[in-house]
Design a binder for this molecule. Sequence first.
Ligand code: MLT
Length: 338
Amino acid sequence: MYPKHKIAKALSFSLALAVTAGSSMMAQAKTFKVAVGDGAGGTQHELGKKFTAEFKQRTGGKHRAKLFLNGQLGSEQDTVNDAAIGTLDFSILAINNVTPFSPSVGVLTLPYMIQSLDDAVKLTQGDVGKELVANTLRDANVRIIGWAYSGFRVLTNSKRPITTLADLQGVVVRVPKNEIMIDTYKAWGINPTPMAWSETFTALQQRVVDGQDNPYITNYAMKFDEVQKYVTNIRYLFSIEPLIVSESVFQDQKPAVQKAILEAGEAATQHSAAWLADQEGNIKKELANRGMEISDPANGEKEWIEKATTTVWPKYYESIGGKAKLNKVLRSLGREGV
Ligand code: MLT
């Protein structure tokens, strides 16, 4: 027979082993939280679905990522702060809501800078994109690991059809809290209302504001056709929506998990570009079927383009890294410098 104190010692040793094994298993298997600003059916959701599937597969099912749609984890700008301090793992949000934290990213939100999906892909996946990823890491402690492409932000409103800047006067338009976008509307002659994305649907519904701009797919995902009637096909901003990871969360992971995060982000990015090309036309038709009236800006958008580029661009040369940097970006798109 074993003496009692030896049995007690053996028991407490096995208990300690069980606790250690249990806690290390818990430390190993993790479900990461991914904040998503938009609702289901949009490009953010699509990027998120692809990312979570790829991430799960690349970790052999050990780790997962769970999407929280419709700003459930906070406004898009708040999620950048939360990821920066490590209380949130991932967020998918519009680039215009990253710019306030890392001004050089503003080069992607200069009006009429990006003129096609091709431009957007070239900029984000080429040297310019790599530099912006590094700048965002330096400035905001978040790492961009993927990009969703959402198309041009069209103007919607509940008041009247708008094709000229004269039509726009007197319309109250919500914009994100983004200086470049605010200045663009000012250049067009109105004072827009800066407001968090998470408050926008209610503000449109209650007629606190008359209109807003976002891509067709986002307008669809947010059900804006229920509260907006008129659409103007302006093309001043091509919406790009990065997937960011908290740098402190990223650095806490083992190299294999970091690799899975980066590869899943890359796969989701490739998927997003193809998905936009495939879906945008159908969604535009669906919004028209639901009763939205769609117009093109008069005279090929000439007055909109002139006012925005001549007034807004010079104001932001410095914050985006200087005129030489801007010219480098323009030339990388096959355009002339300023
Ligand atoms: C905004 O308007 O604040 C954003 O573009 C919304 C979004 O994330 O889709």
